[in-house]
Ligand binder design. Structure first.
Ligand code: SAH
Ligand code: SF4
Ligand code: F3S
Length: 488
């Protein structure tokens, strides 16, 4: 029997012998103290990858991009080299995202596609990592229907990758090890970073907000902050290696430090300390409006290295929807925090995330969202249609809005958001802005592309030797999605 992707299906698998996820466990928040571990590659694992190659395909958020850099770091420490193509790989890892159904569907398609490589090279090891393996239904489906997947592990045990690769290679057994609860914070993890002058820096893991639509608190576990010493040490090392920009990562960076028992040290304090490290640009993502405090805003105002840009997801402008989403704020209190932020950090650019078609969202609720977008003057947004995630409360809410109406709302919302993009870009015309040059434009090699302090994409003519530098550019033209300029 074959499924949609041409995979052989088998119901003969003994599912109970594996270390599988459990959403009920994942929902729990334990009070145990989070230990700090230091990663160390055992002698036995150091040569396993010699003369072998790997590839990692990454989906999802910046958290996953950072995790993939860690996986690459571990594999290279084991002797693996990056492969030039899938056909020549000895190991392929897929780092997955579970946030919406369409994100998962892409990965099911990917898994089907990769089966051909496994047929050509039966020694190829295929691994599934990231947020999808944290879901019970995903692991069962892979075990039953995707027998060509050799390793399944989740977000909490990346540091055990050497063990998993060893078992898959030498014992030819399938490895399934997903922890439903977070364990230690592991430091000293090797990384192969994708950029040479911009870096991700994790400052915390997990999320305790439990927005009713969201799978992240189940896939990433309890909120826990890295120690300030480790974060500062990492940024100092990056400065030494010539990095110019760091993006601090967490599902809710504004909750940083709230789990520290012995010191009173929160996100604003961290920004001030990192400002002293010599790094030129500090960005962060993502923030929760309910945890955003004045201390953070004042640190942004006072620290020149903290960029005047804020991504502050609002999700909806309707109070009844916000309540059902468990967001802990109202339209009015969101706008109050936003205005405070704009007053303290003048000229700051603010973007957001919005979900339309949440269960029970009426036309009037949607109009409240449009009104909020108008008042907030967002300069950009990621917009989504609600996607039910099994195991979350909202998946069980009555949802009687027709798909067509949801699509129409998304269309109207995007139209309004695009006006905000253009307005946000237009305010920089004729000004000289500082740009960190990323690379050459996709369309024209004589044109460079980079980001301004306000996180606006800008294109201008210049020599590729400027890549990796911060340069002054005069803005000549504003389009919806980007600016045009010339070197000042
Ligand atoms: N921790 C971050 C990012 C979460 S995921 C935050 O809270 O901002 C990024 C965005 O995906 C969310 O802000 C939300 O707008 C969207 N999202 C999350 N779950 C979703 C779901 N079930 N359906 C549709 N969009 C969703
Ligand atoms: Fe999901 Fe809400 Fe946590 Fe963001 S804050 S990760 S939307 S539960
Ligand atoms: Fe996706 Fe997991 Fe990030 S669900 S958005 S990869 S935390």
């Amino acid at each position: 029997m074959y499924n949609d992707y041409g995979d052989e299906m088998s119901n003969q698998v003994d599912l109970d012998k594996y270390f599988k996820p459990d959403l009920n466990q994942a929902r729990k928040r334990s009070k145990k103290t989070i230990e700090e571990l230091s990663f160390n590659l055992s002698d036995a694992h150091q040569k396993i990858g010699v003369n072998k190659t790997y590839l990692i395909h990454t989906y999802g958020c910046q958290g996953n991009e950072a995790d993939s850099e860690t996986m690459a770091g571990i594999l290279e420490l084991m002797g693996f080299k990056k492969a030039v193509s899938e056909a020549e790989s000895d190991l392929i890892l897929i780092n997955t995202c579970a946030i919406r159904e369409n994100a998962e569907n892409r990965i099911w398609g990917e898994l089907g596609r990769l089966k051909a490589f496994k047929r050509q090279n039966p020694d190829l090891i295929l691994g599934l990592a990231g947020c999808m393996p944290q879901e019970e239904n995903v692991v069962e489906r892979v075990l039953k229907k995707y027998q060509h997947v050799d390793i399944i592990f989740g977000t909490h045990n990346i540091y055990k990758l050497p063990e998993y690769v060893e078992t898959a290679m030498f014992s030819k057994e399938r490895v399934v090890e997903v922890y439903s609860q977070e364990g230690e914070i592991v430091e000293n993890l090797p990384k192969v970073r994708n950029h040479h002058f911009k870096a991700w820096v994790n400052i915390m893991f997990g999320c305790d907000e439990f927005c009713t639509y969201c799978i992240v608190p189940y896939t990433r576990g309890k909120e826990r902050s890295r120690s300030k010493e480790e974060v500062i040490k990492e940024v100092l090392e990056l400065v030494e290696q010539g990095y110019l920009e760091v993006t601090l990562l967490g599902q809710n960076v504004n909750a940083y430090g709230k789990d520290f028992k012995d010191i009173d040290y929160t996100f604003g304090d961290l920004l001030r300390d990192l400002d002293q490290t010599g790094i030129k640009r500090i960005r962060f993502t993502t923030s929760h409006p309910h945890d955003l405090d004045k201390k953070t805003m004042e640190a942004m105002r006072d620290c020149q290295t903290v960029m005047p840009f804020f991504h502050l997801p609002v999700q909806s402008g309707s109070n009844q929807v916000l309540k059902k989403m468990n967001r802990h704020y109202t339209k009015e209190s969101y706008l109050k925090v936003l205005n405070e932020l704009k007053n303290i950090v003048p000229g700051i650019s603010v973007t957001t995330d919005i979900i339309v078609g949440f269960p029970g969202e009426t036309e009037d609720d949607f109009l409240e969202t449009l009104d909020l977008v108008e008042q907030a003057q967002f300069e950009g947004a990621f917009t989504f249609v609600f996607s039910p995630r099994e195991g979350t409360p909202a998946a069980k809410f009555v949802d009687d809005t027709p798909e067509e109406a949801k699509k129409q709302r998304l269309y109207l919302l995007n139209d309004k958001i695009n006006q905000g993009y253009l307005k946000g870009n237009s305010r920089f015309v004729n000004q000289t802005v500082k740009v960190l040059v990323d690379g050459v434009s996709k369309y024209d090699e004589s044109v460079l592309a980079g980001y301004t302090e306000h996180n606006k994409l800008i294109n201008f003519k210049g020599h590729p030797k400027l890549i990796g530098q911060i340069v002054d550019v005069k803005v000549t033209l504003a389009k919806t999605w980007f600016l045009m300029g010339e070197l000042a």
